[in-house]
Design a protein around this ligand. Structure first.
Ligand SMILES: *Cc1c(COP(=O)(O)O)cnc(C)c1O
Length: 377
């Protein structure tokens, strides 16, 4: 463990505290922010929101992108647009960040948990298929959970730490079972599966630009889709459902104030310009970690899965035993490390949710630890 601390200090060229992930502002951030302030358009209207939406859609290869106030709201609206309603069920992975399940709950829908794959740490197509075959049937083009008699409306896989899950297989299963695919791509900007950007396989995909993500607007999110109608609805719903008019306030449904302020978009446009260089740095760091941990029998570095390219947003290792000792020793020595999330079905709010076999999730929950991952310039 002493060797690990020494290696990370050398890699980040410091013996001071090393955080898990810190943002880097080395481009046009100040210029665009000043421009924004000088123009007085700091809030809900302004050119940076439009610029960002265009540039972001181009970057991920989707037809449309809609900026939102954070990633959770992007997920919430994506699920609404996938026609998820109160009392419907949504399948997701038990090993995810809370925001995935919070968004499902905001609609009054119920999370159902399946397992992840050991290599991708993302939703397992095998587990999904197993769950559907054992518990569900399609009636009139609708997937019904035979145990609860409820409709399974959507499936939300998550690309954990920027590693793509087997999203193509998941998409095929969802199509077969008449389930809408919504991707939680909050962590995977710049990650691809078979050359196609994560978040663009499903009907809708949600991204986050929170302070700890690969690029940040302080807080922010985006919805992507190829469907023009859904894109229009997403913009409408996230902007209080106001009908455009020179002076009148007419709203045609209950909308949300989920728009991204121009100030945040200005920051984000500058950050997006730097994304490629951030990914190069992260992939280089991953190589260094991989080589270092290859000589350690107790710790395995988590590499990008087959058929994919990872942004390596958060670097992660599997500490085979004595994980808590590893966490304690590294944190005491100024190296920030953190265990992966608790399984969602272990939290009070979701303890009654239906679960399929979660062996892989349980294995990873006990062993996965994130290690310093910041971009080094
Ligand atoms: C960060 C994150 C979100 C939500 O993002 P916010 O912008 O913080 O609301 C959703 N899902 C996952 C998996 C995340 O990591």
């Amino acid at each position: 463990m002493k060797k690990v601390v020494k290696f990370i200090q050398e890699t980040f060229s410091t013996t001071e505290f090393i955080p898990l992930h810190e943002p880097k502002f080395v481009g046009n951030e100040k210029k665009y922010l000043n421009d924004c302030i000088d123009s007085t358009f700091v809030s809900s209207a302004g050119k940076y929101v439009d610029t960002f939406e265009k540039e972001f859609a181009k970057k991920v290869g989707s037809k449309y992108a809609i900026a939102t106030v954070n990633g959770t709201s992007a997920l919430h609206i994506s699920l609404l647009l996938a026609d998820v309603k109160a009392e419907d069920e949504v399948i997701t992975q038990a090993l995810t960040f809370i925001a995935t399940c919070n968004a499902i709950s905001y609609i009054g829908a119920k999370s159902v948990f399946v397992d992840v794959d050991l290599d991708t740490i993302g939703l397992s197509p095998k587990s999904l298929k197993g769950f559907l075959e054992q518990n569900c049937e399609v009636v009139d083009d609708t997937c019904i959970n035979k145990t609860t008699k409820k409709v399974i409306k959507a499936c939300v896989p998550m690309h954990t730490f920027g590693h793509s899950c087997r999203i193509q297989e998941i998409k095929e299963i969802c199509d077969e079972w008449h389930i809408a695919l919504v991707e939680d791509a909050a962590e995977s900007l710049g990650s691809y599966y078979n050359g196609k950007h994560t978040g663009t396989f499903g009907k809708l995909g949600a991204f986050s630009f929170n302070g700890n993500k690969i690029i940040t607007s302080g807080g922010g999110g985006a919805i992507v889709t190829d469907d023009e109608e859904l894109a229009k609805r997403a913009k409408h719903l996230t902007t209080t459902a106001k009908i455009p008019h020179k002076w009148e306030y007419v709203h045609d449904e209950i909308g949300y104030n989920y728009r991204m302020p121009n100030l945040n978009a200005a920051l984000l446009v500058a950050q997006l310009e730097k994304l490629d260089s951030f990914i190069i740095s992260k992939r280089d760091l991953a190589l260094k970690y991989e080589e270092f941990f290859s000589s350690n029998d107790d710790i395995d570095f988590i590499k990008e899965p087959d058929n994919s390219t990872s942004n390596y947003w958060l670097q992660a290792v599997i500490v085979k035993d004595r994980r808590d000792e590893f966490l304690d020793f590294t944190n005491k020595n100024g190296i920030m490390t953190r265990p992966i999330w608790k399984l969602m079905n272990e939290l009070d709010m979701f303890k009654n949710s239906q679960c399929f076999n979660l062996d892989n999730s349980k294995y990873l929950e006990q062993r996965v630890v994130n290690i310093p991952s910041s971009v080094r310039l």
